[in-house]
Structure formats: C-alpha cells, structure tokens
Design a protein around this ligand. Sequence first.
Ligand code: CP
Ligand code: NVA
Length: 309
Amino acid sequence: MRHFLSLKDFTKEEILQMIELGLRVKAEVKAGRYTPYLEKQVLAMIFEKSSTRTRVSFETGIFQLGGTGLFLSSRDIQLGRGEPMKDTARVISRMCDMVMIRTYKQEKLEEFANFSDIPVINGLTDMYHPVQLMADYMTMIEHGKDKRPIVAYVGDGNNMAHSWLMLASKMGFELRIATPKGYECNAAVVADAAEFAKTSGAVIEFTNDPKDAVCGADVVTTDTWVSMGSEEEKDRRIKDFSGYTVDSEMMKLARADAIFLHCLPAYRGLEVTEEVLESDQSVVFDEAENRLHAQKGVMVWLNEKRLEA
Ligand code: CP
Ligand code: NVA
C-alpha cells in the first residue's frame, strides 16, 4: 500500500501514471460517463486549516467516483481537543477507505500515515502541497508546456516552492526559483531535489532577482506571500517582497506564449496584479479545475496499489 505524502516518494513514471489516469477519467466525465472506480468508498478529509479548492475537489471527486467524502474540521473532531494523531489514524482506518489531511507539520502527517492501514493523502502541509502540483502538471500538459519547459517560480520559498522543486527534479525540467533574501527554500528539500536532478537531468537554479528567473520562461508561477499560519508576519512580508509582484512588465520577459499559474487563492496587487491574473496568459481556473481531475487519478491509483498489496 502507498501513501501520497510528497512527490519525493514517487518516480517520474508513477507521477505520469496518476496524471494519465486523471486525464482518462476527466475525458470520461466530459463525455458524460461516471465510472464508479471507488464504489462505496469513504474518503475522510481532515482539515486543520481553511480550504476552498481542496475541500470541494476531493468531496466532488470521491462522489463522482462512486464513493463519499467526510468533511472533518479539527474544530469539530476530537483531534482539535488533543486526541493524538496516532489514535485518530487507527480509528479512521477501521471505518474509512482513504484519508486526506491538511495540517501544519509534515511530521504530523507522517505520524498519521505510520499508524494508518489506509492510504493517506497530503492535502497541504507547511512543507508540501503535492496534489496541487499534480493539477499544475496536468495543466502544463494540456497547454503544451511539458516538453522540457522552463518554469519560473517568483515568491516565497514555501510549500508551493518546495513542491515545484520535487516536481521539476522528478520530471527533469528547468526550474528557476526567485525568493527575497531570508525567504529561501528549506535546505533539506533543496538537497533532495539536487539529488533527484542527477537522475532526471533537471536544471534547478536559485536567485534573488525575479527578472532573471522569468527571462525566457514557458511557465511563470507564484503563490501568496502570507501562507496559512504566518498571518502575523503579514506587514513585514509585504515590505520584504517588494519587487516580487508578477506584473505585465515581468510577464513580458517570459516567452510570448508563456502561461501563468497560481494555486489560488490569489491576492491581487501583492504577489500578482489583476491584469496578469485576468490576462489571456493566465490559466489559473483550468488549473483549479484540474485539482478535481488530477486527484481522481491519485485516488484511483492509490486504490489499485492497495488492492495489489
Ligand atoms: N490551492 C488550494 O489548495 O486552495 P484551497 O486552500 O482553497 O484548498
Ligand atoms: N502557500 C499557501 C498555499 C495555499 C493553497 C499556504 O500554505 O497558505
């Protein structure tokens, strides 16, 4: 049985298998066919942080696959009152078929997975957001940006930047990350990416100059400067990220046919301008929709692995 905690744990072939499955199910649904790949299965969805896309896409996704989703906010379940992860994991394992967790520390997710008899999916931690990157890569494929693209990530060295590092280093493309000084990516994640890049041929570069990163890029992406959990740093961050707004001037440095990605929610006027977000280059709503399709690929694949085990 496999869990989906980070792209670190998957080969390029496995990532492509999940995305191809997602694309197949997407085509079926677009043709009006709902195949019950996960009939009667129950997906528990534990949220310790807010969400729009993750909740809606997982709940809709499992329903369309023939199962049902259980929305479990930590404000309502005993986990929020101090029941240990390891006990919650064993209880949910006895009743459900799969579990998705959005939490703070990656270690908490890993602890849950260690005590879980059912597949566990990372729905975002402070360290990674791997299901988002499955949707992002699916969107890149659909827009013809998967053939050795140059991707420029401009912004915070956060969970999204770390997930881009994992995707690029596994798939073997060029990733340039521009962060302000003091907001660089986690050193252990950077080291892992460098190791994977040796096999995949990925080229990974870091800079403190967003213009350098964006020059000639096929994909330009960014994320909020104030992630969930760092709200009290908002004022300082807005000052420190000055010059990092993805605006039309910056987009002009990328290839003329470059696409703009953002996991959303977006904060207009901060990490991206209204003009870029609403431009023809922006495919952020295709990307958001692909959360639904890509995650179906992940869930069906995990179920297949569980049946094989
Ligand atoms: N991109 C993303 O994960 O959005 P939500 O926080 O709304 O789930
Ligand atoms: N980096 C952001 C992503 C939100 C989907 C956060 O963690 O809040």
